[in-house]
Design a protein around this ligand. Structure first.
Ligand SMILES: [Fe+2]
Length: 176
């Protein structure tokens, strides 16, 4: 089948697609390869976040984390689980001896406290993280010094989008 015929068949299937139930929320399709730099929010020295989905109904969010230099990103406790899929570079946690590289998937259980570091092997990283709940920032003794939940992260990103000229409305399509 030619490419055109395949595209035509796809369009035909699309036309016949069973519609979403009326109360369903809409899908999100985000082509981040076409991002411009303003869509990345600075989180610290050489660390950026590109939010992809804020779930304000269930309290979780998905984002890309990018770091461009070796070093500690942050120490925090997860009351809810987190998953990560490494797209590029190398990173890990001071509390674990494994190194995440391109293609590494991780699951961290609720109760996990860790210190995210960019591993010197590559000296940079790009990872897709799904935070299933809030993050508690802690000191070296594990005592809480701050927190982040879907609402604080969302507010931060709105402020960022306004400041860089994207406007707060840029965030709306990735809230569910
Ligand atoms: Fe974490």
């Amino acid at each position: 089948m030619s490419t055109n015929a395949k595209l035509a068949a796809f369009a035909h299937v699309n036309h016949l697609a069973i519609p979403l139930p009326p109360d369903a929320v809409h899908e999100i399709v985000n082509h981040t390869a076409q991002d411009d730099e303003r869509m990345w929010m600075r989180m610290g020295e050489s660390v950026w976040s590109r939010p992809l989905l804020f779930n304000v109904t269930q309290g979780w969010w998905v984002n890309l984390t990018k770091a461009t230099a070796t070093g500690i990103v942050s120490r925090h406790r997860h009351p809810a689980p987190v998953t990560g899929y490494t797209l590029d570079g190398s990173w890990g946690y001071l509390e674990h001896d494994w190194v995440a590289r391109k293609g590494t998937f991780i699951f961290e259980p609720p109760g996990e406290t860790h210190t995210l570091v960019v591993h010197p092997e590559a000296g940079h990283m790009l990872t897709l993280f799904h935070n299933f709940g809030p993050v508690l920032y802690v000191d070296e003794q594990g005592m809480q010094t701050g927190f982040e939940d879907v609402f604080t992260r969302l507010a931060r990103y709105k402020k960022h989008c306004a400041a860089v000229g994207l406007g707060e409305a840029f965030v709306k399509p990735i809230i569910r």
